[in-house]
Design a protein around this ligand. Structure first.
Ligand SMILES: [Zn+2]
Length: 415
């Protein structure tokens, strides 16, 4: 079948879905088009050279940096809206038939069909953590990745996080693996070796397994240091490169290392890649701080203990005021918070808001951290900086539904 018929049906469904207010038209249109023509993703995507980005945390940021890197070479199609399953990806690919390069974020449990359809040149594997938004176990995800590794194109390369033993194990069978320093702030999910079941040992040199001898490989791409002017020095097989990364957070230099490596694997000059990366200041609006009552509020969406652990670390190291926003999310409301090291914030009083504020306060109490409930999020943000009279940036740590609600609320109040 020509791609046209399936695409026309998909586009009609997309418009209809948007007209009826049924949520993401991209996904619904793509789903119908793929049902009509299961080979559609291969038809609209395989002619391009592509980089896929997968993992539990940080996909969108790294995809944005990779897309920027590839633009140094030519036009790029990318799923910046975060529609990262096959039905969303097919719609994005179909809407841009001319770009020869693709930077595609892929949901970690849909990697195999996307790899089969697109036959990518580069796969970036960031990390593997437990995840509660969808009900797929970490073990199932790792098995899925093992299967992907066995079916990758022979000329492809996996850029894998050297610091995550689970990710390294999952892609062992890939034709070529290049280790990148990707950090692992949360060891809770990687306590045991997935190969032999022994307990990992962690040291300044990274992880190692006393049972089977697997250990952290020396990364080919390494984050050396942050220079006085704020740029990051990244060492690589060809030398070293200073990269300025404008997006915030600890993910930024890690993302830059992966994006530089991807650029080089795609044949782009490393200097040109670094310059292209430095121009990324925002990812799908998610890093844009919102002005709230004279403060600047940055929303973080946290979906697992690894995410909460990183947010707490940013609050501790930056000294930024910290607000917790948790809304109802089925039985998963505060599950992800219980394992996070809130004790590190003891001595502070944290404003808490959202429909599950009482549950979040219980987590804080168990960690001996003071909390106070504010029904209104703006009041909570104002309270976070009240004592200091500061106008500095406030970190608003949100679970998924609170992130959605507050993004919408603050965006609307800006218009
Ligand atoms: Zn082992």
């Amino acid at each position: 079948m020509l791609p046209t018929a399936a695409l026309t049906a998909g586009r009609f469904a997309s418009s209809l879905s948007q007209f009826l207010g049924k949520g993401s038209g991209e996904v619904i249109g793509g789903r119908l088009a793929l049902r009509i023509d299961p080979q559609l993703l291969a038809r609209v995507g395989r002619t391009r050279r592509s980089v896929l980005v997968t993992g539990t945390n940080g996909k969108s940021t790294v995809t944005a940096l990779v897309a920027a890197a590839l633009r140094a070479r030519g036009r790029v199609v990318t799923n910046a809206t975060g529609a990262n399953m096959p039905d969303g990806i097919v719609t994005v690919m179909a809407s841009d038939r001319t770009s020869e390069l693709a930077a595609i974020e892929v949901d970690e449990v849909y990697l195999r069909p996307v790899v089969d359809a697109l036959e990518p040149q580069v796969i970036i594997a960031l990390n593997a953590f437990r995840e509660y938004t969808r009900g797929v176990s970490l073990a199932a995800t790792l098995e899925h990745w093992r299967d992907v590794a066995d079916h990758l194109p022979s000329d492809s390369v996996v850029l894998a996080n050297a610091d995550d033993p689970l990710t390294m194990w999952a892609f062992e069978g890939a034709p070529r693996v290049v280790a990148v320093e990707g950090a692992l702030g949360w060891h809770g999910d990687a306590a045991l070796c997935p190969a032999c079941g022994r307990e990992h040992q962690w040291s300044a040199d990274g992880w190692s397994c006393p049972g089977c001898g697997r250990r952290r490989p020396d990364p080919a791409w390494r984050i050396e240091t942050q220079l006085a002017d704020g740029t990051w020095l990244i060492e690589h097989p060809l030398g070293s490169e200073a990269v300025r990364v404008a997006v915030p957070g600890r993910t930024a230099p890690i993302g830059a290392a992966f994006a530089l490596a991807a650029g080089v694997e795609m044949g782009i000059d490393v200097r040109a890649t670094a310059e292209a990366i430095s121009r990324v200041v925002d990812v799908d609006g998610r890093y844009f701080p919102f002005p709230v009552r004279g403060r600047s509020a940055r929303l973080l969406m946290l979906k697992n203990p690894a995410g909460w652990t990183e947010a707490i670390d940013v609050a501790v190291t930056s000294g930024s005021p910290f607000v917790i926003a948790v809304d109802p999310f089925g039985p998963k409301d505060t599950t992800t918070m219980w394992e996070a090291p809130f004790r590190r914030l003891s001595g502070r009083s944290l404003p808490v808001t959202g429909g599950r504020a009482a549950d979040a306060l219980a987590v804080l109490e168990a960690s001996q951290v003071d909390g106070a409930e504010f029904p209104d999020a703006s009041d909570a943000i104002a309270a976070a900086t009240a004592g200091e009279g500061s106008t500095g940036e406030v970190i608003v740590a949100c679970n998924y539904p609170a992130f959605r609600r507050l993004s919408k609320q603050f965006r609307a109040s800006m218009q």
